[in-house]
Design a protein around this ligand. Structure first.
Ligand code: PEP
Length: 250
């Protein structure tokens, strides 16, 4: 099996002011300095500048939570990949279920964003996941396979291996309801099998697949120990030093 580096990626959503965000990262740095896990914080756009400065020279990497796929133009309120790249952003989270649900993001838009992110020299963290209804209907595998297949259209094998997929069952996000390690592993294995079909074994074994959905200090170790789970995308628990540090060190 390939040696995939575990990633702990925080998704702060619409939390922390620029000053709070920079101070948080200043405090986080010494706590995670010795981690073997790749540490990423996904911060609001307005906090990127301060967080990038605070994270400089440390092992804390910085992600944006969204981006537009066009290079520039009449898209009021949007941010381009070129803007993020110039600042020093490494990762961009795309296709989060909240973006899909509240802002109408489609698989096609997520595919365009992934393309633009890679073209700009950054890396996408591509989210997918089913609703509770879809799980109860027994269509989780079909739904997630479809989401990921469209999101990855046109990505080369080399681009795929650098990109990250995050499986986040919507019913487990921010609800305190975690998927069991078996449930999370089952879907992450389905995604890896899809990568085998699309790209072959080497790419599938190299690409990281995260689990997200109420990951916390108590469940991270077991989840991250599953064969097809390579870390977590963490919302609520990433907002506090103790919770996030425990996850990073899990
Ligand atoms: C998320 O927003 O990606 C997430 C997984 O949130 P939480 O950890 O709070 O469930």
């Amino acid at each position: 099996m390939a040696n995939r580096t575990i990633m702990a990626a925080g998704n702060w959503k619409m939390n922390k002011t620029p000053a709070e965000a920079s101070a948080f990262v200043e405090g986080l740095k010494p706590l995670v300095a010795g981690a073997t896990t790749e540490v990423v914080v996904g911060v609001p756009f307005v906090a990127l500048s301060g967080v990038l400065a605070a994270a400089k020279g440390s092992n804390v990497k910085v992600a944006a939570q969204n981006v537009h796929w066009e290079a520039n133009g009449a898209y009021t309120g949007e941010i381009s990949c070129g803007m993020l790249k110039e600042m020093g952003v490494e990762y961009v989270i795309v296709g989060h279920s909240e973006r899909r649900e509240y802002f109408g993001e489609t698989n096609e838009m997520i595919n365009k964003k992934a393309r633009a992110i890679l073209n700009a020299g950054m890396l996408p963290i591509i989210c997918c996941g089913e609703t509770l209804t879809q799980r109860e209907q027994g269509v989780t595998a079909e739904h997630v396979r479809y989401q990921i297949k469209v999101a990855l259209l046109g990505l080369s094998a080399e681009e795929m291996m650098k990109s990250v997929i995050a499986y986040e069952p919507i019913w487990a996000i921010g609800t305190g309801k975690t998927a069991s390690d078996e449930q999370a592993e089952e879907v992450c294995a389905i995604i890896r099998q899809l990568l085998v079909e699309l790209y072959g074994t080497e790419v599938a074994e190299t690409t990281r697949i995260l689990y997200g959905g109420s990951v916390n200090a108590g469940n991270a170790k077991v989840l991250f120990g599953m064969p097809n789970i390579d870390g977590g995308l963490v919302g609520g628990a990433s907002l506090k030093h103790d919770g996030f540090t425990a996850i990073v060190l899990a």
